[in-house]
Design a protein around this ligand. Structure first.
Ligand code: SAM
Ligand code: F3S
Length: 443
């Protein structure tokens, strides 16, 4: 009987990607098949996130729940991976001794060896080292039937924003060699993939080695990918405002395959707070990037990440953020109240702002962004949008769901044979977070 693998993923798209790779590694080495419930699993993995305290604490409460399964089945393997694992290491086994393996984002390719070592030694195994980019050399070739795929091009982050734990949990920026990235994309397009999303903490900091020893920057990589005839659409996430070079911005004028949507985290609109966050740009510099992007691609939609209540954020700082939101006209964005992370510089900064004030600010910001998002959605009614069909609609299985350039889900009537393909859909109606449409022409 094939053994079963259950993975629970917390946090960002990078973690989603890593979870897929864990499943690939265990399928290739152990013939394991995924299951959707932990109850009948032989291996349970938690791929964790530590970017905010809430996400971190959730892992320990979820672990408590699978403990009973381990009591009933001593052969069950319980593993903790991702950023909490990276930060806590051995401390996880001390707090939850029934955890068998602890591995970091950079050691997930060693899962089969870690599981084998746990089985033969009877002792919990911990490996949260940063063996550079070795991980990608040890992952099985990608396999997919979907029309769209993620490709990690770099790992880690060297920006050390004062609030953020990622450089400590994922290590410094390391780029995959240019030829490796291109090979993976060619393998995916050979399987019918038309849309590629390039992934990394700061994809536009990409510096991939070329075979002749030169370095390819992110703009060079995009040009090379866009030149592949089978690639129809290119997305990337996340990028950093400081790394938006003019070469990259210019591509929006010359490369239609780049989507008209960019997720560009700004965090805040106050220069004082931006400096305390060590973001490396001012609000004006951020706006200058957006102005140049819109000069290259007038209809580009911009989404962002915001942190509310950074230590010492005043009313004036918050108003500067609200002003920036109106100046830029952001599309659907992520916003969270600042969560102090142990070991980061901001965790030691004095913070007198009451929690209720932060919540009221967050609420105001989210209402405003919601209004802007709704205005953009409403302006799409009547337009024809090229969507990649991702699957059956969640609400109605008689319908399909596709994703537009600017990241909106459109539900429309079509045949399941269209899944994985690009079709043109005319937008007819707008709902809170989705759109409705009808098939225009198929491409
Ligand atoms: N590379 C990206 C950038 O340019 O900012 C961000 C990656 S970070 C893992 C994702 C988001 O988490 C950030 O943009 C930030 O808004 C949020 N974040 C990070 N640390 C946080 C903290 N301590 N409290 C609240 N939100 C946080
Ligand atoms: Fe975190 Fe700043 Fe890097 S938000 S991931 S340290 S760019």
């Amino acid at each position: 009987m094939t053994s079963k693998l259950y993975i629970k993923t917390y946090g960002c798209q990078m973690n989603e990607y890593d979870s897929d790779k864990m499943a690939d590694v265990l399928r290739a080495c152990e013939g394991m098949e995924p299951t959707t419930t932990p109850d009948n699993a032989d291996v349970i993995l938690f791929n964790t996130c530590s970017v905010r305290e809430k996400a971190q604490e959730k892992v320990f409460s979820d672990l408590g729940r699978v403990r009973e399964l381990k009591l009933a089945n001593p052969n069950l393997i319980i593993g903790v991976g991702g950023c909490v694992a990276s930060q806590e290491g051995d401390a996880i086994v001390k707090r939850a001794p029934y955890v068998d393996i602890v591995f970091g984002p950079q050691t997930l390719h060693r899962l089969p060896q870690l599981i084998a070592a746990r089985r033969t030694s009877g002792r919990s195994q911990v490996d949260v080292s940063f063996p550079e980019i070795e991980k990608f050399d040890h992952l099985p070739a990608p396999q997919t039937t979907a029309g769209t795929a993620f490709v990690a091009i770099m790992e880690g982050c060297s920006k050390y924003c004062t609030f953020c734990v990622v450089p400590y949990t994922r290590g410094d920026e390391v780029s995959r060699p240019f030829a490796d990235v291109m090979r993976e994309i060619e393998m995916l397009t050979a399987q019918g993939v038309g849309e590629i999303t390039l992934l990394g903490q700061n994809v536009n900091a990409y510096r991939g080695e070329l075979e002749d020893g030169d370095i390819a920057d992110f703009a060079f990589l995009i040009q090379a990918i866009a030149a592949l005839p089978a690639v129809q659409r290119i997305r990337y996430t996340t990028s950093h405002p400081k790394e938006m070079t003019q070469r990259l911005i210019d591509l929006y004028a010359t490369t239609p395959k780049l989507v008209s949507h960019l997720h560009l985290p700004v965090q805040c609109g106050s220069d004082r707070v931006l400096a305390a966050m060590k973001r490396g740009y001012t609000a004006l510099e951020y706006k200058s990037v957006i102005r140049r992007l819109r000069a290259a691609r007038s209809d580009i939609s911009i989404s962002s990440d915001f942190i509310i209540g950074f230590p010492g954020e005043t009313d004036a700082d918050f108003e500067a953020t609200m002003k920036l939101i109106d100046d830029v006209g952001f599309d659907a964005s992520f916003s969270f109240i600042y969560s102090p992370r142990p070991g980061t510089p901001a965790a030691d900064m004095p913070d007198e702002v009451p929690h209720e004030t932060k919540q009221a600010r967050l609420q105001r910001l989210q209402v405003r962004i919601g209004e802007l998002e709704a205005t953009i959605s409403a302006s799409m009614v009547g337009s024809v949008q090229r969507v990649v069909v991702e699957g059956l609609s969640k609400k109605n299985e008689q319908e399909l769901a596709g994703r537009t350039d600017n990241n909106r889900v459109v539900n429309f009537v079509g045949s399941p044979g269209m899944i994985g393909r690009f079709v043109d859909v005319r937008i007819t109606q707008v709902w809170a977070h989705t759109l409705r449409g009808e098939l225009a022409t198929q491409t």
